[in-house]
Design a protein around this ligand. Structure first.
Ligand code: ZN
Length: 425
């Protein structure tokens, strides 16, 4: 066994190392899109862990969407066996960061430290969390050299674009399934006192309305597909949105506005393409397309979610002259929620109680992250997101993570790890 106060003291003694390692990660601009410098970040992580006795493997998400010789989807998987029988605890972090965008007052890739905060693109989402999990594991190795089970740490590609070349690829290889792995912690920035149990579901689809092309000076000779799409929007506003807003989930989604079903219109296109040189052609558009982003609740079935939209379109087809449509699926994610009494939830909650002196808040994310692949492909349900950083800062200019928050969450992760290594999931 390990003495928990000794373990925490180990983590705290590594604060400088933690900051330096997070800086090293931030200084590699692993932007996605397009998927820059993945191998470089993997090596920063892999070299460090190899020096500490981990077996390190580099795995390319070959053939996954986005993977190419110019932008290969590299992942790193590290594992260190314990001295006796026990459980495998896995820390998974994505290594990609989103575009820099405008409005920065600080170099986004310098890893600047100012007033107890570490700045940079990816500091909060989620290189700060990755560094904290590495320091948590290293502290445990020192405080408990004879630990049971196995410790795994992975750095994976493409979470920001769906995770297909990253966690999904590794899950298909069996790397996120039992008996290899028992418990997974994803150090996404959910705040150091919150445990994220899962996420809502997603259905993206394209609706296309059809019309009849004609000269724009004589619209009565054609049939305008954009007008038909207007009827779709009208039906959304009068029928669908009120129905969705009235549907509430028992999932503890934050922010609270996302505790209902939602639908966003992501894009709409119709008529001559945007950006034409000179004047656009005067035509009655014969097609219009809309991409919808429907987020659904664990209480809803995907087939009902789809059927509701199709029913609305069918009603328009029955009542509106010449209304014709196509509906195509683009992307779907089933909602997932880890049970509150799961070992990983209990262990991290204990850690939060001990380190922060408060009861962990159990939350669910309005959007998805890589837990979806671990649940659906890996069939592993002892998985949560827990890590330092304020979610609202993710993807913003002047993104930062608090250094004390990183240290606290590393302490929580180390305590949870010491407990979970002894619990076969
Ligand atoms: Zn993230």
């Amino acid at each position: 066994m390990v003495d928990l106060d000794t373990l925490r003291a180990r983590v705290r003694s590594k604060e400088q190392e933690l900051v330096a390692f997070a800086q090293a990660l931030i200084r590699v601009p692993s932007l996605n899109p397009p998927g820059e410098a993945y191998l470089e970040v993997c090596e920063v992580l892999g070299n460090r862990l190899k020096a500490r006795g981990f077996q390190v493997e580099y795995i390319r998400g070959e053939g996954a969407p986005g993977d190419s010789d110019r932008y290969p989807r590299w992942n790193v998987m590290a594992r260190r066996e314990g001295k006796s029988h026990g459980a495998c605890v896995h820390f998974n972090s994505h290594i990609d960061v989103v575009e820099v965008g405008h409005g920065w007052t600080i170099d986004p890739f310098a890893g600047t430290v100012r007033d107890g905060k570490l700045y940079g693109r990816g500091s909060c989402d989620m290189k700060g969390g990755l560094a904290a999990s590495v320091i948590a594991c290293e502290a445990l190795l020192e405080a408990w050299p004879d630990y049971p089970g196995a410790i795994e740490i992975s750095g994976t590609a493409d979470e920001e674009s769906g995770g297909y070349g990253g966690v999904a690829h590794l899950a298909k290889m069996g790397l996120f399934s039992k008996p290899r792995v028992d418990h997974v912690i994803i150090p996404e920035p959910l705040n150091k006192d919150r445990i994220c149990l899962g996420h809502r579901g997603v259905w993206w689809a394209e609706i296309e309305t059809h019309g009849h092309i004609a000269h724009g000076s004589m619209p009565f000779l054609g049939d305008n597909a954009i007008n038909h799409m207007g009827a779709v929007i009208q039906a959304f506003e009068t029928e669908l949105y009120p129905a969705l807003a009235g549907r509430h989930t028992a999932m503890p989604v934050v922010p609270e506005g996302a505790r209902s079903s939602t639908l966003n219109i992501n894009s709409i296109h119709g008529g001559p393409p945007e950006g034409v040189e000179g004047l656009p052609a005067p035509v009655v558009p014969d097609r219009a397309r809309m991409v919808i982003d429907r987020r659904f609740l664990i209480e809803e079935e995907l087939k009902d979610v789809k059927g509701e939209v199709r029913g609305l379109l069918d009603r328009l087809a029955a009542t509106r002259p010449d209304f014709r449509y196509d509906l195509r699926d683009i992307f779907e994610v089933i909602p997932t929620q880890t049970a509150e009494d799961a070992a990983v939830v209990q262990a991290v909650a204990h850690g939060i109680q001990r380190v922060l002196g408060k009861t962990a808040e159990l939350v669910v994310s309005p959007g998805t992250y890589d837990q979806k692949h671990i649940a659906r492909i890996g069939h592993l349900h002892d998985c949560i997101a827990y890590g330092p950083g304020i979610l609202d800062l993710a993807h913003q200019p002047d993104e930062f993570v608090g250094i004390e928050d990183m240290v606290h969450s590393a302490e929580v992760m180390a305590l949870a790890l010491s407990q979970l290594l002894q619990v076969r999931g």
